[in-house]
Ligand binder design. Structure first.
Ligand SMILES: Nc1ncnc2c1ncn2[C@@H]1O[C@H](COP(=O)(O)OP(=O)(O)O)[C@@H](O)[C@H]1O
Ligand SMILES: [Mg+2]
Length: 236
């Protein structure tokens, strides 16, 4: 579903992603864990087409997307739920979802159907469909960000720090939703600073340190790895 070959992304002189190779198979949940500033967000932006690659290759669903703009990658089947959620605060929940389905705007019946599916998936959003997104709680905004990404019917969902800034009970809710998406067959690349939950839900995971993959394995292997435990799971 996704293959990265030696992907490099820079901001001027700052090389944030320094040659990352990884792959995600159809139906897998793959986690990327790493400290603040490791390059996780930059890597997802490079996959979604929001930051240009300096070199390397991004292949999505067999299509070389390395030089494609973001909206064309959406068409290939990748959608990003960004760090910080990025909902449009002055638009309603419903309007935010419509924007997620913008590429399908010539087929309103399909957009309606997708929106109904999202409201079924997240009943809290259905109850709040006429409410301005800026007035939602953090957890609800996270649901909206995921839902908006799902409105483009992606094959591959990129999730950047879905748990960021949320209370533990809400984080549990969000991870329940991620498991439900996995059970529905969606392929997910999940970026998290909170490694414990991410490794528990992931089939496989990669550790990113200052722009490089330093470790990979199954979620269970990394959960037990002493270096991972010391660095990311707060174990001693
Ligand atoms: N827009 C930007 N301009 C310049 N440097 C950036 C920008 N975004 C991120 N960086 C730098 O790139 C590195 C990786 O950042 P980021 O991808 O956000 O890491 P993470 O998501 O793992 O916390 C950091 O050193 C950060 O300061
Ligand atoms: Mg980040």
């Amino acid at each position: 579903m996704l293959k990265l070959d030696s992907v490099r992304v820079s901001y001027g002189a700052i090389e944030a992603v320094k040659g990352v190779s990884l792959d995600v198979k159809a139906g897998e949940v793959v986690a990327i864990i790493g400290a603040n500033g490791a390059g996780k967000t930059t890597l997802l932006k490079g996959i979604a087409g929001l930051e240009p690659l300096e070199s390397g290759r991004v292949t999505i669903n067999g299509v070389d997307c390395s030089a494609l703009p973001a909206h064309k990658r959406l068409g290939v089947g990748v959608a990003l739920s960004p760090e910080g959620r990025g909902v449009f605060p002055d638009q309603t929940v419903g309007e935010n979802l419509l924007l997620g389905g913008y590429a399908l705007r010539k087929d309103p019946a399909r957009v309606d159907k997708l929106m109904a599916r999202e409201f079924e998936r997240f009943p809290r959003l259905a109850e709040r469909r006429h409410q301005l997104a800026g007035t939602l709680s953090g957890g609800e905004q996270q649901m909206l960000a995921m839902s908006r990404a799902l409105m483009s019917e992606p094959r591959l969902l990129l999730l950047d720090e879905p748990s960021l800034g949320l209370a533990p009970l809400i984080i549990a809710d969000i991870f329940r939703s991620i498991r439900a998406l996995r059970d529905a067959g969606l392929t997910i690349l999940l970026v998290e600073q909170m490694a414990n939950q991410a490794l528990s839900v992931a089939d496989r995971a990669y550790v990113l340190e200052t722009g490089r993959v330093t470790l990979e394995g199954t979620g269970q292997q990394l959960l037990k790895d002493p270096a991972v435990r010391a660095a990311y799971l707060g174990a001693h």
